[in-house]
Write a protein that binds this ligand. Structure first.
Ligand SMILES: [Zn+2]
Ligand SMILES: [Zn+2]
Length: 230
């Protein structure tokens, strides 16, 4: 690999700062806080008493059939995702994708892999569609094609600081899927927070004809006030 991004981003471990191929050494990757096995049956939220639905998703109209995340959004994961998305550290794609691949047994019999389309501004700014990079690595492990099935049809505000109702309104109708997507689709993403974005992507896929949508993310972050959903 070469280029300006490499100069700004030496291949050091995002966890221990030692030189490490892939940007995350084996020990730090293994030490990330894995989620589970006790999780919500639908959205994957960790739970001491797992049920079909948890307080985060119980009363919500979520369009995906299953969502799972590999690890909690720890400072190391946060740093790795940030370096990958905003600082041009492309090699972090492999360890981040490996965290999605750890959960591949949840994909069942999906026919294709797709990703959450970033805004055109983001792609222009960073020069990369990061979701596509992750999807292509997962596609290789799964033996199913990575296809651009969903497009973002209007601009949305960054979700992070919006309350739940505003998040929903912000995303409503923001994605559209092409005609006749495969029957079962795996959506891969970096960070799952409330699931609103994943749900809108799933809704678009199902409106176009998909029957089952599974969402696998690298990490789970938590809404500022999860109680707001109960
Ligand atoms: Zn390390
Ligand atoms: Zn849940």
């Amino acid at each position: 690999m070469s280029g300006l991004g490499d100069l700004m981003c030496p291949e050091k471990c995002a966890g221990c700062n030692r030189m490490a191929r892939g940007g995350l050494c084996r020990a730090c990757l293994a030490a990330l806080p894995r989620i589970g096995p006790g999780v919500c049956g639908l959205c994957g939220r960790p739970s001491l008493r797992p049920a079909a639905r948890c307080r985060d998703c119980r009363d919500r109209d979520l369009s995906f059939d299953l969502a799972r995340q590999a690890v909690g959004f720890s400072p190391v994961v946060r740093k790795a995702v940030h370096l990958f998305k905003y600082s041009g550290c492309r090699w972090l794609a492999e360890p981040l994708a490996s965290l999605i691949i750890e959960q591949i047994h949840h994909a069942g019999g999906v026919d294709a892999v797709t990703w959450v389309t970033p805004s055109r501004d983001r792609v222009r700014r960073t020069g990369t569609d990061h979701g596509r990079v992750l999807a292509e690595l997962v596609s290789g492990a799964l033996g199913k094609p990575a296809l651009p099935l969903v497009s973002r049809v209007r601009r949305t505000l960054p979700q992070m600081r919006l309350d739940p109702d505003t998040r929903r309104a912000n995303l409503a109708g923001a994605f559209r899927a092409g005609l006749c997507p495969p029957d079962e689709v795996l959506v891969v993403d970096d960070v799952f927070t409330t699931g609103s974005t994943a749900s809108e992507v799933a809704r678009a896929l199902k409106s176009a004809g998909a029957r089952r949508v599974v969402v696998l993310s690298v990490a789970r972050s938590y809404a500022p006030d999860p109680g707001a959903y109960t």
